[in-house]
Write a protein that binds this ligand. Structure first.
Ligand code: FAD
Length: 507
């Protein structure tokens, strides 16, 4: 066995990021077992967690699956509901509504995506009798009717091809993962880190000192301390790229409200005069929040907008959060790796923070170092993190940039702001040719880009001429049959709330 192996991992921070890191590391390394690697997580009794973070992307299921967490148990323990996508309201213009669903608009035809064939019919038929493209997104049709069941069968039929994620209570999820990690040998220390000791020869962290005087030594330190970035910034001074010019929102107010029926299997995002409001249905309550830019509205007005936008009674006083959108220039420096808010923050418009944590942990395991910490581990990790952050940033910026709202100074700024060249290219490519440039395979893929651009009113001027090779009558028949099959499949699905009641009782 390599005698340079990591003997002790110290995770600083017990929020979602800390426990999402501890669980798979404990599963892989089995602290106390053959690897001989100890895992210690430090959380402060005095510094709270951010506590929001309730909507996810479908890949959370693979994270849970890899840990061996059983679906029904997870849904019960975290008060989870199912998420088929996001309904956007008032983003393109006041009254604009569209759905970003998980899954495609039907299977590709002759190697060309289904939406491209739909564009052909739109152009050749003039659109009048053509049903909206969302009718071919099973997730969207399910969401419209508040129905849910997972895709059936090993190889689901075309009408059954959709994906799903969860909404859950972030505090309960962290507790669930804590139990998991501790059952597998990770240990937890309660204390506040007040000082850090560095090796004089190379500046690596050797130990952290707690307020009560205890010292905790380690080989690898994972900084999950939240926005403050205690080790990655406070000690390693990694630097921060501030992206506020592209994503000007810098504040949020979050408030839970009573659960109301029907239980919607999707997140709702409603654009407001100086930001947007989320609505996330959980089993026991509804999560709400208003993300806004303090340069365009006061906190008092933002709170009024939030409370007026609730569709059920608030259960607490709104909680204020401040942030600076951006990313740490390096997430891995020497023997410190940052995950979660310590690594950066992109507003929760497309529920990407938990995804970034998950991918970060996965990458750390893939690039797991020994005590030499060869710098190529960090270089590869940082390369991928930087690229993923930029690709997600551009996707979120697209939502703002494509607005046609002119009713407030905030939206006028967003419509006029200069955007990165590659995002401009992506939008122009779609606008003129109907084609989509997927800039990062770890970012959002073609169906998501099409959903947002079409939803916000970019209808391509042209379509791929290759799709004209398909017989038009056969194409129309195919589309009509698929649309009917989707409608029929969805009609036979249970109501979302009923499905949860049954699912959560399955244990
Ligand atoms: P935190 O929750 O801040 O935890 C930090 C931890 O570090 C705490 O345990 C604290 O005690 C500890 N700590 C700090 N300093 C010290 C110290 N000196 N000594 C010891 N311990 C210390 N993500 C999504 O995926 N979906 C969403 O819908 C979503 N919505 C969001 C809405 C808003 C308004 C915001 C701000 C974020 C949202 N997020 C969302 C992001 C999500 O909340 C975070 O990514 C997630 O909670 C991870 O937080 P964290 O663990 O990095 O930090």
């Amino acid at each position: 066995m390599n005698d340079k192996r990591i003997r002790k991992i110290v995770i600083v921070g017990g929020g979602t990021a800390g426990w999402m890191a501890a669980a798979p590391l404990a599963q892989k390394l089995r602290p106390g077992g053959q690897s001989g690697c100890e895992i210690v997580l430090i959380e402060s009794p005095d510094i709270g967690t951010i506590g929001v973070g309730e909507a996810t992307l479908p890949t959370i299921r693979y994270y849970n699956l890899a840990l061996g967490l059983e679906g029904a148990d997870f849904v019960k323990k975290t008060q989870a509901t199912f998420k088929l996508g996001i309904e956007f309201r008032d983003w393109g213009h006041l009254g604009n509504r569209f759905f970003h669903g998980f899954g495609d608009f039907g299977p590709a035809i002759d190697n060309r995506p289904a939406y491209m064939h739909w564009l052909r019919l739109l152009r050749t038929q003039g659109g009048g009798a053509l049903p909206p493209y969302e009718d071919w997104s099973t997730a969207t049709v399910m969401a419209r009717q508040n129905r849910f069941t997972p895709p059936q069968g090993e190889q689901p039929s075309a009408a059954n091809a959709y994906s799903f994620a969860y909404h859950f209570d972030a505090g309960l999820y962290a507790a669930y993962l804590r139990d998991y990690a501790m059952q597998r040998g990770a240990s937890r220390v309660e204390g506040t880190v007040v000082d850090v000791e560095l090796r004089s020869t190379n500046g690596f962290v050797t130990s952290v000192k707690l307020a009560d005087g205890r010292r905790i030594e380690g080989d690898l330190f994972i900084d999950c301390s939240g926005f403050r970035g205690l080790l990655i910034e406070g000690v390693m001074q990694a630097g921060y790229d501030d992206w506020s010019d592209l994503l000007p929102c810098n504040s949020a107010l979050a408030v839970p409200s009573e659960r109301v029926g029907p239980l919607t299997p999707y997140t709702r995002s409603t654009a407001k005069a100086s930001g947007w409001q989320w609505r996330i249905p959980l089993q026991h309550r509804t999560g709400n929040g208003h993300v806004y830019c303090s340069g365009y509205t006061s906190d008092e007005d933002a709170q009024r907008v939030l409370l007026e936008g609730l569709d059920s009674k608030a259960l607490a006083e709104p909680r204020q959060l401040r942030f600076t959108t951006g990313r740490r220039r390096k997430s891995w420096v020497k023997n410190v790796v940052a995950l979660g808010l310590a690594a950066g923050f992109l507003e929760p418009l497309e529920s990407t923070s938990i995804q970034l944590i998950m991918d970060g942990v996965g990458r750390l395991i893939q690039n797991f170092p020994d005590r030499d910490f060869h710098p190529t581990h960090a270089a590869e990790f940082n390369r991928k993190v930087l690229s993923q952050y930029e690709s997600i940033r551009d996707f979120i910026v697209m939502h703002y940039k494509l607005t046609r709202r002119t009713d407030s100074a905030f939206w006028r700024y967003c419509a006029a702001m200069p955007i990165p060249e590659r995002l401009q290219h992506q939008i122009e490519l779609f606008r003129h040719t109907g084609r989509v440039a997927v800039l990062d395979p770890e970012g959002f893929l073609e169906p998501s880009l099409v959903s947002i651009m079409m939803g916000l009113g970019v209808t391509p001027e042209r379509y791929d001429p290759m799709v004209d090779l398909i017989d038009e009558v056969a194409l129309k028949t195919h589309f009509a049959r698929l649309r009917a099959a989707i409608a029929q499949t969805v009609q036979s699905m249970p109501d979302h709330a009923q499905y949860i009641a049954r699912h959560a009782q399955a244990e």
